[in-house]
Design a protein around this ligand. Structure first.
Ligand code: HEC
Ligand code: HEC
Ligand code: HEC
Ligand code: HEC
Ligand code: HEC
Ligand code: HEC
Length: 392
C-alpha cells in the first residue's frame, strides 16, 4: 500500500480524534514554516547578516545567482566547454534552460527540468572556482530527492511509494537554508512574538547546539528512503511522509535502522570498516588507525569531524562557539579564525590544526574539524578565492 493512502487513512482517524479533543479544550495552533521574509520586519539585523551569509545562497535562480566566470567560459572557444546534457535523462540543454544554480563559493552546479519526473536534474559539468574550469559532474538523481533536504527549508516528502521506490514527491517552503532551518517553524512566533514560541540554538545544552548544524553538515547513506531514481538518498528522510524536520529535535533518535551514519550510530563507529561501507568518506591510514581520529575526506562532514575532537568530547564547545550567522547592532561578526587565541597560545593556528582535507571539487578542499594534534597535510582551500561575482 502506498504511504500516501496510509497517511490519508491516518489523517481521517486523527481528524475525528482531534475533533473530540477540541471539544474538551481549545486547540493549540500547529507550528508551520512561514519563510525568512516573514522574520525581516522585526529582526532586521539578523535578517541582513543572514542574507550576506552563504546559507541564504546555496540554491538561487539563475538570474541572480549564475557566476560571471562560468557564463563567460560556457562553450567559449571549445577548449573548456560548459555542460550540455542532463544527467538523469541524457537530454540536451543550453544555458537558457538552466532554472537554478547550486553553490557559488567553491563550485557551482546547474539545474534543469527533468521532464519525466517533474523534478530538477543536474547538468553533466560543474564549474570549479579554484581552477576556473569546467569539470565533469555525474549526479544521476533528481536534486529534489538527493540534495534538497539540506539545501531548502521546511522540506518534506509528500508522496512515497516504498515498494517501487520511484514515486517520490516532495515540497519545501523556501529554497536555501532559511531562518527556520535553525530556528524551527515560526508561524506561531510571528503572531505571539514570544520567546517560548521559537527555538534558539543558544538556549540548549552544548551538544544539542552542534546537532542543529549536524543535521546538514554530515554525510550518510540512506538505504531506507530512495531517490526518484531508486538510489539510496544521501540525506535524512523527513521523520514521516508529510512531516518536516524541526530544528531542536534530536534527529539521532528517529533515523531509521537502514540509515548509515558513521560516528553517530553506536553500530557504525569510526573505524577502518567504513572503507568498505561508505567509500572514501574518511581518511583511513596508519595514523588514523593509531590515533582513532578519522579526518574528513569529503566536504559537508564537519559534524562528523568535530564529534571526534577534544573540543566536543569535553563538552567545552559547539559549532556556535566559533560560528554565528548573525551580526549587527552591538554584535560583532564572529571570526572563527580569531577564536583559537581565546584559549590557546599563538602556536595554535587554523592553518596548522585545521588543514583542508575534505574534497569539494577537483583540487579544492574544505577545513577539517577534528582538531587533531598531528593532522595530515591539507590541499588548497577557499581562502585564495574572492567573493563570487554574479552575471546579472
Ligand atoms: C512581529 C514581530 C516578530 C516577528 C515577525 C518575528 N519575531 Fe522573533 N522575536 C520577536 C520579539 C518581540 C522577540 C523577543 C521576545 C522576548 O524577548 O520575549 C523575538 C525573539 C526571537 C528569538 C530569540 C528567542 C530567544 O529564545 O531568545 C528568535 C530566535 C526569533 N525571534 C526568531 C524569529 C524568526 C526565525 C522569525 C521568522 C519566522 C521571527 N522571529 C519573526 C518578534 C518577532
Ligand atoms: C538546512 C541545512 C543546514 C543547517 C541546519 C546548517 N547549515 Fe551551514 N551550510 C549549509 C549549506 C548548504 C552550506 C553551503 C552554503 C553555500 O556555500 O552556498 C552551509 C555553509 C556553512 C558555512 C560556510 C559558509 C558561511 O556562510 O560561512 C558555515 C561556517 C556553516 N554552514 C555553519 C553552520 C552552523 C554553525 C550551523 C548551525 C548553527 C549550520 N551551518 C546549520 C547547510 C546547513
Ligand atoms: C546532508 C546534507 C547535504 C546533502 C544531502 C547535500 N548537501 Fe550540498 N552541502 C551541504 C553543506 C553543509 C555544504 C557546505 C559545507 C561544506 O561544503 O563542507 C554543502 C555544499 C555544497 C556545494 C558547494 C557550495 C558552494 O558555495 O561552493 C554544492 C555545489 C553542493 N553542496 C551541492 C550538492 C548537491 C548537488 C547535492 C545532491 C547530490 C548535495 N549538495 C547534497 C549539505 C548537503
Ligand atoms: C545557520 C543557522 C541559523 C540561521 C539560518 C539563522 N539563525 Fe538566528 N540564530 C542562530 C544561532 C546559532 C543563534 C544564537 C546566537 C548566535 O550564535 O549568534 C541565533 C540567534 C538568533 C536570534 C536571537 C538574537 C541574537 O542575535 O542572538 C534571533 C532574533 C535570530 N537568530 C533570528 C534569525 C532570523 C530572523 C534568521 C533569518 C533571517 C535567522 N536567525 C537565521 C542560528 C541561525
Ligand atoms: C573555548 C576555548 C577553546 C577555543 C576557543 C579553542 N580551543 Fe582548542 N582546545 C581547548 C580545550 C579545552 C582543549 C582540550 C585540551 C585537553 O585535551 O586537555 C583543546 C584542544 C585542542 C587541540 C588538541 C590538541 C591539544 O593540544 O590538546 C587542538 C589541535 C586545538 N584545540 C586547536 C584549536 C584551534 C585551531 C582553535 C581555533 C580554531 C581552538 N583550538 C579553539 C579549548 C579551546
Ligand atoms: C574551535 C572553533 C570552531 C568550531 C568549534 C567549529 N568551527 Fe567550523 N571553522 C572554524 C574555522 C577557524 C574555520 C575556517 C574559517 C576561515 O577560513 O576563515 C571554519 C570553517 C568552517 C566551514 C567552512 C569550510 C572552510 O573550509 O572554510 C564550515 C562549513 C564549518 N566551519 C562548519 C562548522 C560546523 C558545522 C561546526 C560544528 C559541527 C563547526 N564548524 C565547529 C572554526 C570552528
Amino acid at each position: 500500500m502506498k504511504y500516501k493512502s496510509l497517511v490519508a487513512v491516518a489523517s481521517v482517524v486523527l481528524l475525528f480524534a482531534g475533533l473530540a479533543e477540541a471539544a474538551k479544550k481549545a486547540p493549540v495552533a500547529k507550528k508551520d514554516f512561514v519563510g525568512s521574509k516573514a522574520c525581516k520586519k522585526c529582526h532586521v539585523d539578523e535578517y541582513n547578516s543572514w542574507k550576506e551569509s552563504y546559507h541564504s545562497k546555496i540554491v538561487q535562480p539563475k538570474k541572480r545567482g549564475i557566476l560571471r566566470e562560468a557564463v563567460e567560459k560556457w562553450a567559449g572557444d571549445g577548449t573548456n566547454p560548459g555542460p550540455t546534457t542532463g544527467n538523469v535523462t541524457g537530454g540536451t540543454f543550453k544555458l537558457e534552460d538552466v532554472q537554478f544554480v547550486v553553490g557559488s563559493r567553491w563550485k557551482q552546479r546547474y539545474l534543469v527540468k527533468n521532464e519525466l519526473t517533474g523534478n530538477l536534474q543536474f547538468l553533466n559539468m560543474q564549474f570549479n572556482r579554484s581552477t576556473g574550469k569546467w569539470e565533469k559532474y555525474g549526479q544521476k538523481n533528481d536534486w529534489n530527492t538527493m540534495c534538497a533536504s539540506c539545501h531548502t527549508t521546511g522540506y518534506r516528502i509528500t508522496e512515497y511509494d516504498e515498494t517501487a521506490g520511484k514515486t517520490v514527491k516532495s515540497k519545501f517552503v523556501e529554497m536555501s537554508v532559511g531562518c527556520e532551518a535553525c530556528h524551527g517553524p515560526g508561524s506561531v512566533h510571528v503572531k505571539t512574538r514570544k520567546k517560548k514560541d521559537i527555538f534558539n540554538p543558544a538556549g540548549v545544552d552544548i551538544m544539542a547546539q552542534s546537532r542543529v548544524c549536524g543535521y546538514c553538515h554530515i554525510r550518510l547513506e540512506n538505504e531506507k528512503w530512495k531517490s526518484a531514481q531508486g538510489n539510496p538518498r544521501e540525506d535524512f528522510p523527513a521523520p514521516k511522509v508529510g512531516e518536516a524536520y524541526i530544528a531542536g529535535t534530536d534527529w539521532t533518535k528517529w533515523y531509521p535502522e537502514e540509515v548509515i551514519i558513521p560516528g553517530v550510530q553506536a553500530k557504525h563507529p569510526f573505524d577502518a570498516e567504513y572503507v568498505g561501507d561508505l567509500k572514501g568518506l574518511f581518511k583511513i591510514d596508519e595514523a588514523a588507525k593509531a590515533s582513532g581520529v578519522y579526518e574528513e575526506a569529503k566536504h559537508h562532514q564537519e559534524y562528523q569531524g568535530f564529534i571526534q575532537s577534544a573540543h566536543f568530547k569535553k563538552g567545552e564547545m559547539s559549532c556556535i562557539t566559533c560560528h554565528s550567522p548573525h551580526a549587527g547592532k552591538g554584535k560583532l561578526k564572529k571570526m572563527p579564525k580569531d577564536a583559537c587565541a581565546k584559549c590557546h597560545d599563538a602556536s595554535y593556528t587554523v592553518e596548522k590544526y585545521m588543514p583542508n582535507t575534505g574534497q569539494t571539487a577537483g583540487n579544492l578542499f574544505v577545513r577539517s574539524h577534528t582538531f587533531n594534534k598531528t593532522p595530515r597535510k591539507g590541499g588548497p582551500g577557499a581562502a585564495e578565492m574572492g567573493p563570487p561575482n554574479y552575471y546579472h
